[in-house]
Design a protein. Structure first.
Length: 190
């Protein structure tokens, strides 16, 4: 069982668009055994869970007890029912939800256990919100120095380009020159 992957799946769940059953099936694309069992009840339960999980990612890193309290409350509401599965002695592995559990119960158990293990092993400050302008996505920070600020390379690149352009405009304005809005090759003729 890969608890870090479960925590990252919890972040993906918070970020997912879940308007209907098809959205949830798309979200579960690499898990067809779950996608085949999706119901409208799962969608409603998971939208509620999205709202319940978001505060753990938005919590102030100076108050880890807030994340722990929230996770404990959610673990009490969404009990984990571990069981051993496999086909033979070489394939035994642990699941955190019973086979009969709904899709929503399975995703809740996996996500909450993953997040709880991350808190215990890495710290409660490993959850964050993307700092890119206009992005509301959340993420699990697995960087060695806890320095992650963006949900994806795309947001990181966009933010870095925007900051570079802002510095360039500021520097150009400060020395009285005209900022080259068209880019470095704009002066080159045909």
């Amino acid at each position: 069982m890969d608890f870090l992957r479960y925590a990252e799946q919890a972040a993906d769940l918070v970020n997912a668009l879940l308007d209907d059953e098809d959205d949830l099936r798309t979200h579960l694309g690499e898990r067809p055994w779950l996608a085949d069992r999706v119901t409208g009840t799962d969608v409603r339960a998971l939208r509620r869970l999205q709202r319940q999980l978001r505060p753990a990612f938005e919590a102030d890193s100076n108050h880890p007890e807030d994340v722990v309290r929230l996770l404990n409350e959610l673990l009490a509401r969404h009990p984990v029912s571990p069981f051993v599965s496999g086909h033979d002695a070489q394939s035994w592995h642990l699941h955190v939800a019973e086979r009969e559990s709904s899709v929503a119960e399975t995703l809740a158990a996996e996500g909450l256990m993953g997040m709880a293990v991350v808190v215990c092993d890495l710290g409660a400050d490993r959850f964050g919100c993307c700092q890119a302008k206009g992005c509301q996505n959340v993420f699990v920070d697995t960087s060695p120095n806890r320095s992650r600020r963006y949900c994806s390379e795309r947001c990181s690149s966009r933010a870095n380009v925007a900051a570079f352009r802002a510095r360039r405009r500021s520097a150009a304005g400060a020395d009285g020159s005209i900022a080259d809005a068209a880019g470095p090759d704009a002066s080159a003729g045909p």
